[in-house]
Design a protein around this ligand. Structure first.
Ligand code: ASP
Length: 334
């Protein structure tokens, strides 16, 4: 009897250790010159509805005991399938009026990762990045090789025109016109309608595992097989269970040079500062050298946050103690 009583007591005291980790997910749909004056109520509603749907669907996966890997995959595929964002359907145009897509996914548990660059016919590049991680011996595949692998993996393939949208085509035309006066990319950045639109998600599951996923069409008018920060691990995407998971959006060249995503997690790990502060520090330093964009972060304790140095960033979060929050413009929250 005494023995049973003792084991019941032991079990009760051990319960907190066995308790599920607080779950949470944060998503983004790009940063840039996004302000209320340039957006109709209808457009705002459409963005908010899609962000809400994606974050809630991702959260549902976590709530049902699914992995953070499945949660971010779910959220990012929803955003890729929406023409509103610069990833999958709705990807920006290259200089040659085609689309070349980049994506990556990374697990915090063992830093396993998959990335793809410059793919032209894969409907959901995030699924290809995941397949690279799960079913290949490699971490990053590019171009036609990546597409052959996608075919072997029986992923859905589409014609490049599938990614076409009229408003992205207009953006390319505007960029080409201003190109005469401005150097490459400066023309994009000075466009008042400039919105980066890359999508991403970071999440933590009941087991305490972090995952980060990011997908993009890159930057309008990119040339010469340009690859951005998104498939470069540590730049636009990073996850490590000992610190945090980060997905970025912004002027990729800067994010590569400053290793933005892994720098944020390194500050959390080695300086012991909060993920929010680390993200704000890195984004402020980036703004100082002219690098614009934003990040979403979840740390190993499940704290959800974001930071950006642009006018706005499409974003949403939901956690165990955070009801769904969707924001587009500047705000003081989180
Ligand atoms: N970071 C992306 C790139 O440079 C662009 C974006 O975030 O919209 O490819």
């Amino acid at each position: 009897m005494k023995a049973i009583f003792c084991s019941v007591l032991l079990l009760a005291f051990n319960l907190p250790a066995l308790a599920a980790h607080p779950i949470g997910i944060v998503i983004h749909g790009g940063a840039g010159t996004i302000n209320q004056a340039q957006m109709t109520a209808q457009q705002q509603q459409a963005y908010e509805a899609t962000l809400r749907h994606a974050v809630d669907q991702g959260y549902l996966v976590l709530e049902q005991g699914g992995s953070s890997l499945d949660a971010v995959t779910k959220a990012v595929t929803i955003l890729e399938d929406s023409p509103l964002f610069n990833a999958g359907k709705g990807a920006v145009y290259t200089w040659d009026e085609t689309h070349e897509l980049d994506a990556s996914i990374m697990l915090g548990q063992d830093r396993n990762a998959g990335a793809v660059a410059g793919v032209t016919n894969v409907k959901n590049p995030i699924l290809l990045a995941r397949a690279v991680m799960e079913h290949s011996a490699h971490v990053m595949l590019a171009g036609s090789g990546a597409e052959l692998f996608a075919k072997q993996q029986q992923l859905e393939l589409v014609e490049n025109q599938y990614f076409n949208t009229e408003f992205r085509h207009e953006a390319l035309k505007r960029m080409k016109q201003s190109q005469q006066a401005l150097p490459h990319q400066a023309a994009v950045l000075q466009d008042p309608n400039w919105k980066m639109g890359t999508v991403g998600a970071v999440a933590i599951d009941k087991a305490g595992n972090l995952t980060a996923a990011t997908s993009t069409g890159g930057m309008t008018g990119k040339r010469f097989g340009r690859i951005g920060d998104v498939p470069v691990l540590g730049a636009g995407n990073f996850a490590d269970n000992t610190s945090c998971a980060v997905s970025a959006t912004g002027h990729g060249e800067y994010f590569i040079r400053y290793q933005v995503a892994s720098d944020i997690c390194a500050r959390v790990k080695y300086k012991g500062i909060t993920a929010k502060l680390a993200a704000e520090q890195v984004l402020a330093e980036l703004a100082y050298v002219g690098g614009l964009g934003g990040v979403i972060v979840v740390d190993k304790a499940g704290t959800l946050s974001w930071a950006f140095n642009t006018e706005g960033m499409y974003r949403a979060m939901r956690g165990a103690n955070t009801p769904t929050l969707v924001e587009i413009f500047q705000s003081t929250k989180n």
